[in-house]
Design a protein around this ligand. Structure first.
Ligand SMILES: NC(=O)c1ccc[n+]([C@@H]2O[C@H](COP(=O)([O-])OP(=O)(O)OC[C@H]3O[C@@H](n4cnc5c(N)ncnc54)[C@H](OP(=O)(O)O)[C@@H]3O)[C@@H](O)[C@H]2O)c1
Length: 322
């Protein structure tokens, strides 16, 4: 099969190539998925650059997220799954078989049924972003009736955080940095969208909701003053991204506000929480509550351009089609 792969970490143009490799066979408990769309996440290019070193098993096919159709199953998997449309999560975690290829093999739990009403591109956008968003939102209990602040509401995690919050019955405020991103956050369903660079951002949030209960935070250092300004005792600020330099924590201000700080790295989230995320995302998909972000599409042969485009931080999802 054709696969994009790297054997050493480095710049996309230096290490990524499309090669012919043997198609993997599904082992016990695994499924073989014909990939129709492969989604690129920051974690994929950070691993390829070598920023988050992981052992390479000869070669590494990048991308955790993908969507396609199950073509074969290994021992112990219900043969009725053959022909099922699915989306994958963490396909390349501890394995060489990422989704930037014509086929991948994953444990069957990591190939989740994709309803007919959901496109392959939406399916290929869910794994890392929607599961991270789900954990950030629900790790501290239900959010019905609560107010959620989503920082970076036009980002991939932010987009699904807005949609999962709305579906769960929360009021959602999103921050963005431009009118184009504001339109995306509004389309996603945010009840209030604020430009985080505006001097009156905190005041506008407090006018809308006297305080927020949860913050899904993409840039803790940059936004902590804003977050504290709109928090109340018990507000949970969940941080899922590291900034180029770590912030200095204003301990007294955090103590005085009685806030809780939580940090998340998807790779270490418990199996129970991952299963809960799959369940929640599946229900949201079935009801049509999740939508695609704008897609930047590349054929597999243009894998280098796909990674370079993702690294530039384009708005929307970079999708590779084998
Ligand atoms: N911990 C985990 O398990 C985990 C899981 C998923 C993602 N991540 C990390 O989370 C980050 C985002 O991932 P993604 O896939 O959502 O990326 P993305 O689609 O590129 O979105 C990033 C968003 O962050 C926004 N942003 C940047 N600085 C901001 C600030 N100071 N305030 C508010 N928003 C800000 C950007 O909007 P503006 O340009 O408008 O600022 C952009 O919309 C990446 O660093 C990724 O590696 C971590």
């Amino acid at each position: 099969m054709k696969a994009a792969l790297y054997r050493n970490t480095g710049a996309a143009a230096d290490v990524l190539a499309v090669e012919e490799v043997d198609r993997p066979e599904p082992g016990r408990g695994e499924v073989l998925v014909r990939i129709h769309a492969s989604g690129v996440n920051p974690t994929d290019y950070k691993a390829r650059i070598g920023l988050t070193p992981r052992p390479i098993d000869g070669f590494q096919i990048p991308h955790h997220d993908g969507a396609g159709v199950i073509e074969a199953v290994g021992d112990g998997v219900d043969p009725a799954r053959v022909g099922q449309r699915v989306w994958t999560w963490l396909a390349a975690s501890g394995r060489r078989w990422g989704t930037a290829a014509e086929w991948t093999v994953v444990p069957e739990r990591q190939a989740v049924p994709l309803p007919d009403n959901a496109s392959f591109e939406l399916g290929a956008s869910l794994g890392v972003p929607a599961m991270t968003a789900h954990y950030c939102l629900f790790a501290d209990g239900p959010i019905a009736g609560k107010t959620v602040l989503v920082a970076g509401g036009a980002g991939a995690v932010g987009h699904f955080a807005i949609q999962l919050s709305e579906r769960a019955g929360a009021r959602v405020i999103a921050t963005v940095s431009s009118p184009e991103k504001a339109a995306l956050a509004e389309q996603a369903g945010a009840d209030l969208v604020v430009n985080y660079r505006d001097a009156d951002a905190a005041a506008r949030i407090r006018d809308f909701a006297s305080a927020v209960d949860r913050v899904v935070e993409v840039a803790l250092g940059a936004n902590l003053q804003l977050d504290l300004a709109v928090s109340q005792a018990g507000t949970v600020i969940v941080t899922y991204a590291a900034e180029p330099s770590d912030p200095v924590l204003p301990v007294r201000a955090c103590m005085t506000a009685n806030i809780n700080l939580r940090f998340v790295l998807l790779y270490g989230v418990s199996a129970a929480a991952m299963d809960a995320a799959v369940t929640g995302i599946s229900a949201a998909l079935a009801s049509g509550s999740l939508t695609e972000l704008p897609a930047h599409r590349f054929p597999l042969a243009d894998i280098v351009s796909a990674h370079e485009t993702a690294e530039q931080g384009v708005t929307g999802k970079v999708i590779v089609t084998p």
